[in-house]
Ligand binder design. Sequence first.
Ligand SMILES: Cc1ncc(COP(=O)(O)O)c(C=O)c1O
Length: 404
Amino acid sequence: MAVYLDHAATTPMLPVAIAAYTQAMSVVGNPASIHSVGQNAKRMLEEAREQVAATLGCEAIEVVLTGGGTEAVNLGIKGLFWARPGRRILVAGGEHHATIDTVEWLAAHEGAVIEWLPLDEFGRLRMPELERALADDPGDIALVTVLMANNEVGTVQPITEISAAAARAGVPLHVDAIAAYGQLPIDFAAIRADSGSVGGSGLVALSVSAHKIGGPVGIGALVLSRSAKIEALIHGGGQQRQVRSGTQDVAAAVSFAAAAGAVQAALPEETARMAVLRDRLIAGTIAAVPEAVLNGAPPADDDRLPGNAHFSFAGCEGDSLLFLLDMAGVAVSTGSACQAGIPEPSHVLVAMGRSVDEARGALRVTLGHGSTDADVDAFLAALPGAYAQAVSAGHADRATSFDR
Ligand SMILES: Cc1ncc(COP(=O)(O)O)c(C=O)c1O
């Protein structure tokens, strides 16, 4: 069994979530049916929605269940865009592709004008740039969208401040909290209240995904403020406030709720435990390979996800390192996407001001609920050898480059 250090990609389902799923799958009934069998399914569904809402600090009615995080982000961004007259979308640099590809599609097909907001060297949104963009003709801004925490480098954004800036300008904010959920406390109502969000301005929509917290793949949620105006993407039977039609997946919702409840109950102890492991992993990596540079916020600043370590390794490709570690039985990630099988330099590191070369040798190591000291030890033991081999492979690649 490989040592699994890629919890940000997906984390193993929790036993309570598997048990809840298998049990609920054998229950029949469409929650929209009038008869008692349907009403029993509806009760299970609504209890699950309440439990998920309790972990997000929102009302149950504000939880719109979706087919995963990507759908939630699409609904949040396209839905808000289509519900408002403005054309401009303010987007933080270094977002997940669920956001990047959605706003680029809106620009290509729906006349949206994208304004990328710069990040600082740690991956934090530059607030004065956001304020400046918001002050310039706010009536033409459809929405602001930003990650709560970056899925590659783990930097946590000042969401209440961002929401307050959007609220002052009367503009809605969508937050992709998919990487943050299960690693940070999230309180939708408190962020709205603390940032002065009223009606449809400030924080109005927030995306999460179940498989990042030990729930099943294929279910997520958009938390949508009661007062937000949104266009539906999927039309049909009018389920879920007519925002997301379609027969609801009771078993997946019940499993999602079981995972969310368990994660929420253990959050303070688990995240403190993970942060200790993370700090040991970071210190051990830099001691083992002095060429390694930590990307993202310094752990001591408290605005780094407790489960995230992300490094640049000079002189090698992140993918070579990933393959060599995999051969040594350790599963990690580069964190960035491949285009048609060709590794791309990390667009997040580029948004943080790094060169394309620096953005190539990146490695993301992420911890989760099952991670142990032994996992960290296994990674640290395999790393120096893998790095030495990756560096020589990097030189060999250059010697046989197709460019020559
Ligand atoms: C920040 C972020 N946004 C969106 C997504 C997409 O979520 P899902 O895999 O549930 O579609 C992910 C998953 O990698 C993510 O980390």
